[in-house]
Design a protein around this ligand. Structure first.
Ligand SMILES: *[C@@H]1O[C@H](CO)[C@@H](O)[C@H](O)[C@H]1NC(C)=O
Ligand SMILES: *[C@@H]1O[C@H](CO)[C@@H](O)[C@H](O)[C@H]1NC(C)=O
Length: 129
């Protein structure tokens, strides 16, 4: 399953929100969020190369990555990436349950549990649309 790719952008988003708390004086969605490039944002929140790579991947769609952006932009991009990854995972899990006749009962239950958990996570009130 796709648990790590789903969670990584979410961790990046949470890290950026925490890193942004109390710093800077930008007037944007999150008051006080710092402004930085994708590069600095990912360096600041990543403690390993794998985290850094996941961060860069999660923010690959941000336009003008060499320019400073409010960290809120990165947080939202990362959350949207996580949501897209979760959607793809739910679709793949549903396909397995529906079409894969070779699944054991245990595997089927695991896929169904995954779909339920992801659906619940995607319907939290703070999730962007
Ligand atoms: C990010 O890192 C840079 C230097 O690498 C530092 O100047 C900046 O204050 C850091 N920003 C945050 C929000 O931690
Ligand atoms: C169907 O499930 C089996 C058992 O988990 C797995 O090995 C196989 O790759 C699955 N088939 C497809 C097409 O995903």
């Amino acid at each position: 399953m796709n648990t790590i790719p789903f969670l990584s952008p979410l961790l990046v988003a949470v890290s950026l929100i925490v890193a942004g708390a109390g710093a800077g004086d930008e007037t944007t969605t999150c008051p006080g969020a710092p402004s930085m490039t994708v590069e600095s944002a990912c360096r600041n929140v990543s403690h390993t190369q794998a985290m850094y790579d996941a961060c860069k991947g999660a923010l690959a769609g941000v336009p003008n990555p060499m320019s400073d952006h409010d960290a809120t932009v990165y947080a939202l991009a990362a959350v949207r990436g996580a949501m897209a990854s979760a959607d793809a995972t739910v679709v793949a899990a549903n396909e397995q349950v529906t079409y894969n006749g070779s699944l054991s009962g245990e595997e089927k239950g695991a896929y169904e549990g995954c779909v339920e958990a992801y659906a619940a996570a995607e319907h939290t009130p703070w999730a962007p649309s």
